[in-house]
Design a protein. Structure first.
Length: 418
């Protein structure tokens, strides 16, 4: 086949693509530069999207496994009005509810909590706190993102023991082994106190939570508040992806028992707002990368088309139509987009794996004390999206030059060869 831009309309697609491939090899340095620009853009998209995805996942898991669980079930209106009057919203049959919820496919565990406001004292100073009566063994399995700055978590068998948030420990200047007194108001309005030994100081992903939280065994909290109930059931799932599905199942059940269900994202509006912020920032980055690829490829295509104007004029004089020239230019750039996009995907996957092996140390996010290590998460959908953007940008960059050269009059095009 002659090394020419001419393409016979009767040529099969395979022969037409072969000719386009031969044409892009005529200027190897320029072709390599264009492919490098496409690959760089695709790689940047994969890395940035994978980094942002990891932030979303780690933030979600930190919230779930340090504080709220995947779902919480409570008596209707508890989440709206129960903070100041938690004893007015006790579940009538928490053990029966737990047994029923465990039967739902995808549920890993269910634990009861008894939340209450109180006053914590070390004998020298007092601090208003939010207390939680918890089931120690189940909370330990759920709280994989909770770190202990001192001491240990609550254990099964603990009775008059407590753990406090890092902010509470700092405010009262207490440490494991110290004795604390907790003052509360019971369901009947009477005042009651309990002396507990501090066994641990924890840090969760929420600084605000750590500044006011004290936890003690559920049985101790029930004795203190003169009740055998609980006002919240915390549901742990096998997979965070099942949250909405299982929440819908529990909402249908809750409607029959005067209960309401909240997901971890509904209980923590910080996460949806963060996701929205990062998505907008990533959208801006995507636009910048798209423009970068468009401009790089458009510059290369314009140079190539200008140098080959006479060639295209000869092809037109030999009987090729304008649409044949237009198709050839798009085919050449489509090949560049496929090669550059595929190369970018390979490089992006390799760099993502390398970065994930090393990790990226990150400072604590807003309203948190704990730093973390970020990674780059890659998914087939993200790879396909990055490749598609690189390919589409390359083809789009060729549309205007292809239209322009296809519309040049034959005589004017041939005059370029003189």
């Amino acid at each position: 086949m002659p090394d020419s831009a001419a393409v016979d309309t009767r040529l099969p697609l395979a022969a037409s693509l072969t000719l386009a491939y031969r044409n892009i090899l005529r200027h190897r340095a320029r072709t390599a530069t264009t492919i490098a620009a496409i690959a760089f853009g695709v790689t940047a998209l994969i890395l940035s999207q994978g980094f942002v995805k990891d932030i979303f996942v780690q933030l979600a898991e930190a919230v779930v496994h340090s504080q709220t669980g995947h779902l919480q079930v409570a008596k209707r209106d508890y989440f709206a009005h129960g903070t100041h009057r938690p004893m007015k919203f006790l579940l009538p049959d928490p053990e029966g509810d737990k047994a029923a919820i465990r039967q739902v496919a995808g549920v890993e565990d269910v634990m009861g909590r008894l939340n209450f406001p109180g006053l914590l004292s070390n004998g020298r100073a007092d601090l208003a706190v939010l207390g939680e009566g918890v089931e120690p063994d189940k909370e330990a399995r759920l709280g994989t993102f909770v770190r202990y700055a001192a001491g240990r978590p609550l254990r099964a068998g603990d009775r008059y023991h407590a753990v406090v948030g890092h902010g509470v420990a700092q405010a009262l200047s207490v440490k494991p082994g110290d004795s604390l007194t907790l003052l509360v108001s019971t369901a009947e309005g009477a005042m009651n106190t309990v002396d507990v030994e501090l066994v641990g100081v924890f840090q969760s992903f929420s600084k605000e939570y750590d500044n006011r939280s004290v936890k003690l065994p559920l049985a101790t909290a029930q004795d203190l508040l003169a009740t055998q109930g609980a006002n919240v059931l915390v549901v742990s799932l096998r997979s965070t992806d099942d949250t909405e599905r299982i929440a819908e199942v529990l909402r249908q059940r809750g409607g029959q028992h005067d209960e309401e269900v909240r997901t971890w994202s509904e209980l923590n509006d910080f996460h949806p707002k963060t996701v929205l912020l990062y998505n907008r920032q990533f959208g801006g980055l995507l636009l910048i990368i798209l423009l970068m690829v468009l401009l790089s490829v458009a510059n290369s295509v314009n140079m190539t088309v200008s140098e080959r104007t006479a060639e295209f004029g000869t092809a037109r004089a030999l009987g090729n139509r304008s649409r044949d020239i237009f198709r050839l230019v798009l085919q050449e750039n489509a090949l560049l987009g496929i090669i550059g996009g595929a190369l970018g995907v390979v490089i992006g996957v390799l760099l993502a794996k390398l970065v994930s092996i090393v990790g990226i140390p990150m400072p604590p996010p807003p309203n948190a004390d704990l730093s973390y290590v970020a990674y780059v998460r890659i998914t087939p959908l993200a790879l396909l999206g990055a490749f598609s953007i690189g390919f589409a940008a390359t083809v789009l960059a060729a549309v205007v030059p292809a239209i322009r050269v296809a519309r040049i009059p034959v005589a004017l095009a041939l005059r370029e060869s003189t």
